[in-house]
Design a protein. Structure first.
Length: 344
């Protein structure tokens, strides 16, 4: 507890003696605020002493601690804020202030991605430049982007975000704390295609059927893609995109595209290892999976019904925004000299 100042003690003695505040100011020659504050404190607390704990508490965010945290992160950038806080015996909130406010660092999710060789990186750069040139006349707005994806009957969950609120662990278990997952769950392969103002019907590939060049041409291109695109574009020119899967790049498939389609992106023009440039991969499949696999499905048939429902629910505005992102992503690859673009 801090000792009273000489002025405050004199003010209190005169006040107790019945001297008016105006006269106390004149006699002691102290600021009027000091006099009135001292008298007010005495009336409220019965004392002129400062209260215990008054003043700002010492901060744990010191220069030395900031330096120590910076060094820990340098040695291991994968260590979590919670673990660092526990190791340094400070609160997670204080550690968060050091990391975010003082060191200006951002926490990014770790992503899985294929390693890009020097040759692949070079091709991504060169081909992205050429594709970007083609977007300047709006070609991406009449491009049909296509892809296949495997969906399972299992629910997808992130253990970091998927929590259950309960009073006990037993109650949490009863409310779904444990999610059982099979090693090889039932699944279905799906083909889909989208453009700036529409989407094809979903095509389900029968279980056990391998998509080779013959199946790709007869079941996907001839029976699904071409009829839909001809009806959708109604005589307008359009461009077909496909990735570098073996069935797509096979000589027979490339010849079919050249013969039957108004235009397509040949295998030596699409950047290799580039799911980050396909709207289905960088957005649509993820959105669909979050909705479809929010809960498990009892059978393949219920999974298919949900897939069709959510696919049909994709709005025209969302599709256009997703396609509009394509030129920006090409520029991002170019800025990275063919490397992976940065994502949150």
């Amino acid at each position: 507890m801090a000792p009273p100042s000489p002025s405050r003690s004199s003010i209190l003695n005169l006040f107790k003696a019945g001297v008016p505040p105006v006269d106390i100011i004149k006699r002691l020659g102290v600021p009027s605020r000091t006099v009135y504050d001292s008298i007010s404190r005495f009336k409220k607390l019965g004392t002129f002493l400062d209260r215990c704990g008054r003043g700002r508490k010492p901060t744990v965010v010191t220069p030395d601690r900031i330096k120590a945290v910076k060094e820990r992160i340098r040695r291991n950038p994968h260590r979590s804020i919670r673990k660092m806080a526990k190791g340094m015996k400070i609160s997670s909130r204080s550690m968060g202030r050091i990391v975010k406010d003082k060191l200006k660092l951002t926490c990014y999710r770790v992503r899985k991605a294929a390693i890009l060789s020097e040759a692949t990186t070079k091709k991504r750069l060169e081909r992205s430049k050429k594709l970007l040139q083609r977007t300047r006349n709006g070609e991406h707005l009449v491009t049909v982007f296509s892809d296949e994806k495997l969906f399972t009957v299992q629910a997808e969950f992130n253990p970091q975000n998927h929590r259950v609120l309960a009073e006990t662990s037993e109650e949490a278990f009863a409310n779904g704390r444990t999610i059982h997952q099979a090693s090889h769950p039932a699944s279905v392969m799906v083909f889909g295609a989208v453009c700036a103002d529409g989407k094809s019907p979903l095509l389900f590939v029968d279980q056990g059927v391998k998509i080779n060049k013959e199946v790709y041409i007869s079941q996907i291109l001839e029976k699904t893609l071409l009829p839909w695109a001809q009806k959708h574009f109604n005589g307008r020119r359009w461009v077909f995109q496909q990735d570098g899967a073996p069935a797509h790049t096979a000589k027979l498939s490339q010849q079919w595209c050249e013969t039957h389609l108004p235009a397509f992106i040949p295998k030596d023009e699409w950047p290799p290892s580039s799911p980050d440039l396909n709207p289905l991969d960088y957005s649509i499949w993820g959105v669909l999976q979050n909705k479809v696999n929010a809960k498990p499905h009892s059978s393949i048939e219920t999974l298919k019904k949900t897939l069709v429902k959510e696919w049909d629910a994709l709005s025209p505005e969302y599709l256009r925004a997703t396609i509009d992102a394509y030129p920006r992503r090409l520029r991002a690859v170019i800025e990275k000299r063919g490397g992976r673009m940065e994502q949150d």
